[in-house]
Every structure is written in structure tokens, then in C-alpha cells.
Design a binder for this molecule. Structure first.
Ligand SMILES: Cc1cc2nc3c(=O)[nH]c(=O)nc-3n(C[C@H](O)[C@H](O)[C@H](O)COP(=O)(O)O)c2cc1C
Length: 195
């Protein structure tokens, strides 16, 4: 007799499990029709060395996705520990113009806006966009790298940011601490929130 099917994993339980996976934090930016767009991303990984390629997982309804789809390009900038405000700015569910208002940026050859003061950035050419469940996997080849500051990284762990203490040592959130902003919507990734 075949073993009984395990009960489906609950979304909340999965979110709590994923909160135990410590990640860095990045801002993914794109540009189309003369307009900048961007969001905070921690579902990011390197795919291959030859060619250098990366992958991001985006919720289907983020505003930056159609900009990436039409331009077939994006940039990813790694945030430093003292750039939590930048992470929060790009995680907000507000029009892109508001996210870029007054923000110090520079532009690479692609014309994509790259926030100043990060740990580094990669400009990428999209090679595939694959919807999967409630997300879209965007794979891209890295076409240009830019070194940035030599500083501690911004970390995300237990649904909260790792903070640098005055000596520059990174303090991770203690067990049970929650700081994710509550916003609206679908049972998957809520707008403005990481998995
Ligand atoms: C730390 C952190 C990590 C996040 N990671 C992702 C991610 O990997 N993919 C995603 O689609 N949204 C992620 N989000 C949520 C988006 O940044 C958020 O929904 C944003 O408002 C989308 O902006 P847009 O609609 O202008 O594109 C993250 C949020 C935070 C705070």
C-alpha cells in the first residue's frame, strides 16, 4: 500500500521556514520608455560562471516586471548594512517615480539607474522569463560589473534586517522578533514583503 500523501505545506509555515534563510538584500532597477522602476529583492541567486548569469524571482504583480519584460534588461545592486532605508524605500508599494525622487543615482551604459553607495552592481541582459506558480523567474546574463564600497552587507534574517552595531559588527535579529511590514493582498508574497 502506498504511503499516505503528506498534508500540503501551509503558506504561513513555509514563510516561517524561509525566514530562517539569511540573505543579503539588493535593489533591482530597470528602465523603459524613459522611466525608471525598481524594487527590493532577496530572492536572487547566481546561476552560472560561463556565461556569468543570475536569476531573480519576482511576484507576478510587481510594477517593475513589465518594465523588465519590455526592456529585456535590469541591474542588481547589493545593499550595505547602512542602507536599510534604501531597502525600505524600494520595498514600498508606491509609484516608481516616488521611489526615485531625490535619490542619488548614477547610470551605467544601459542607462539603468544605479543607487549610489552600494556594495556593487551588475547590469544584466534578460535571457528568459518563466512564470512559475505565483512568481516569475527572470534569468539574465551579466554584461557589466561595477565594484562599490567595501562595507558590511545589509542582511535579512527572521523577517528582519541585520543591523550593524557601533563597532560595525552585524547584529542579527533575536529569535521570535518580527519586523515585516504588514500590507495587503494575496496569500503568496504580500506586496512590500519578502517571502
Ligand atoms: C527584504 C525584502 C526582500 C524582498 N524580496 C523580494 C523578491 O525577491 N521578489 C519580489 O517580487 N518582491 C520582493 N520584495 C517585495 C518588493 O520589494 C515589493 O513588493 C515592492 O513594492 C515591489 O515594487 P514594484 O511594484 O514597484 O515593482 C521584498 C521586500 C523586502 C522588504
Amino acid at each position: 500500500m502506498s504511503p499516505p500523501e503528506p498534508a500540503p505545506v501551509d503558506g504561513g509555515a513555509f514563510r516561517a521556514f524561509m525566514a530562517g534563510w539569511a540573505t543579503g538584500v539588493s535593489v533591482v532597477t530597470a528602465r523603459a520608455g524613459g522611466r525608471d522602476a525598481g524594487l527590493t529583492v532577496n530572492a536572487f541567486l547566481s546561476v552560472s560562471l560561463d556565461p556569468p548569469s543570475v536569476l531573480v524571482s519576482l511576484t507576478r504583480d510587481v510594477d517593475t516586471l513589465p518594465v523588465i519584460e519590455s526592456s529585456r534588461a535590469f541591474a542588481v545592486s547589493f545593499l550595505a548594512a547602512d542602507q536599510r532605508a534604501l531597502s525600505e524605500r524600494f520595498a514600498r508599494a508606491v509609484p516608481a517615480a516616488e521611489k526615485f525622487r531625490g535619490l542619488p543615482v548614477h547610470r551605467g551604459p544601459s542607462g539603468i539607474a544605479l543607487p549610489d553607495g552600494t556594495l556593487g552592481a551588475a547590469e544584466c541582459r534578460v535571457v528568459s522569463i518563466a512564470p512559475l506558480y505565483d512568481h516569475v523567474l527572470v534569468a539574465a546574463e551579466v554584461v557589466r560589473l561595477e565594484a562599490g564600497r567595501d562595507a558590511p552587507p545589509l542582511l535579512f534574517f527572521r523577517s528582519a534586517y541585520g543591523e550593524p552595531d557601533p563597532d560595525g559588527r552585524l547584529r542579527l535579529p533575536p529569535p521570535g522578533r518580527k519586523s515585516g511590514r504588514r500590507t495587503r493582498r494575496s496569500p503568496g508574497r504580500r506586496r512590500g514583503a519578502p517571502l
